[in-house]
Design a protein around this ligand. Structure first.
Ligand code: SF4
Ligand code: SF4
Length: 421
């Protein structure tokens, strides 16, 4: 999409959406019932078909980059469930991202300017995020949180309240060694992305991912200087910042790795799109694998884990990377573990990057639907392969008082590996 005509209807310059891809939509509506925002809002313009109609109208010059167009695209979770459903192969995710780039560059200002400025100054910057989380930890332990909740101080500020409810505690940091040696028969050498939210809030997931990869025969390299993959920026249409992060990440990993592995589905989906957005990081994009993708191909010694588990499909794993069977197959390999299928397992939980902070009402509605499905399974453990989903579902379970454990699948696999005969 980098070298399209200078103008395409309302779109201008590089990174315009691909008109031919927009015209692939035949308006059949098969995607409509799969769309979470349609399920919540029931509006045609908040379906994939409606959004594609608007994008195409803009590309054909029948519509400007109006606030209404921006609003319908803002409300999209970017979950890509519509891509999975679409029989015509419409690349909705890429079209959405390209249109958001146009809106950011040439459209009306965002209605969430302040919050977005905070999010993009903090979330993709691991040091700043660490400092904010440390402050949150103090706030939680000092009793101030109790006071804020008891007095309902944040009630008039739903976005702040959503942010406050999301993080319950910050675990002790677990820095990984620069290299984790392979064990047993060597399969190759991989780099591990530690992620921004992941390294602070789920360091145990990175630790378990490295251990399992080593057990599967991979030497694991963990560059200390690695930064953010840029996923949040890509989803917000901040193409220049996204490209800069992709370039920096590509430079942080040695060039001779077989794969670069992530256990955060959102990061993996964005990294796998690097080749589409810039040449400099195309190689890294092509080498990117989700940890479950690699582990599914390997032999792992696993001992018994007598648990009843249900699995939530993170959108950017199931729809963004088409990885549905691998996580399930891996969990089924654990002796004694019963995997219960979650109804609507690939319906977005409402997390969607920072969507739960920007659009808390819709995110809450989707979370309630997810929690009802979880409760219907009766499972005591919920597995999901993305930190955003883990945070969102855990916050919902806390608020409902559900006595369940929320984990990444690698945590269950690592526990089972420790019990291997
Ligand atoms: S990406 Fe998700 S929310 Fe957006 S139109 Fe597609 S299905 Fe709906
Ligand atoms: S995006 Fe695909 S499934 Fe949805 S209306 Fe268009 S052609 Fe049909």
């Amino acid at each position: 999409m980098a070298s399209l005509p200078a103008t395409l209807g309302a779109f201008r310059g590089a990174d315009a959406p691909d008109l031919e891809a927009l015209r692939k939509c035949v308006h059949c509506g098969i995607c409509v019932p799969q769309c979470p925002t349609f399920r919540v809002l029931g509006e045609e313009m908040d379906t994939p078909r409606g959004r594609l109609y608007l994008m195409r109208a803009a590309a054909e010059g029948r519509l400007g980059l109006t606030a209404a167009l921006g609003r319908h695209l803002d409300l999209c979770l970017g979950c890509r469930a519509c891509e999975t459903a679409c029989p015509s192969g419409v690349p909705f995710g890429a079209l959405l991202e390209a249109t958001r780039v146009q809106l950011r560059r040439h459209g009306p200002p965002s209605r969430h300017r302040l919050l977005e400025a905070f999010v993009f100054a903090v979330f993709p910057e691991p040091r700043r995020l660490g400092a904010v989380l440390a402050a949150l930890s103090v706030y939680r332990r000092s009793g101030l949180r109790w006071l804020v909740r008891a007095t309902g101080l944040l009630r008039p500020f739903p976005r702040l309240a959503a942010m406050e409810a999301l993080v319950d505690g910050v675990p002790r940091a677990e820095p990984l060694p620069a290299v984790v040696p392979a064990r047993g028969r060597r399969r190759g050498r991989v780099g591990l992305l530690t992620g921004c939210v992941q390294r602070h809030l789920y360091p145990g997931v990175n630790r378990d991912a490295a251990r399992l990869l080593a057990l599967a025969g991979y030497e694991v390299v963990v560059p200390a200087a690695q930064g953010c993959c840029g996923a949040l920026e890509l989803h917000a249409g901040r193409a220049d910042a996204f490209r800069a992060r992709a370039r920096a990440l590509a430079a942080a990993f040695p060039a001779d790795l077989d794969f670069v592995v992530t256990s955060a589905a959102g990061c993996g989906a964005a990294m796998k799109a690097y080749g589409h957005w810039l040449r400099d990081a195309a190689d890294l994009g092509a080498k990117t694998r989700d940890v479950l993708e690699l582990l599914a191909e390997a032999e792992l010694p696993l001992g018994p884990l007598p648990l009843t588990v249900t699995y939530h499909d993170a959108c950017h794993l199931a729809h963004g990377q088409r990885l549905r069977q691998e996580p399930r197959a891996l969990l089924r390999r654990i002796p004694g573990l019963t995997l219960l299928e979650l109804p609507d397992s690939d319906l977005c939980c409402g997390s969607a990057g920072v969507y739960n902070l920007l659009e808390p009402a819709i995110a809450r509605d989707l979370l309630e639907r997810k929690l009802a499905c979880i409760a219907a399974t009766g499972a005591r453990v919920i597995a999901a392969a993305n930190p955003g989903c883990l945070l969102q579902i855990a916050a919902g379970c806390r608020a409902r008082g559900l006595d369940v454990e929320i984990v990444h699948p690698v945590e269950l696999l690592a526990r089972a590996a420790e019990r291997a005969p």
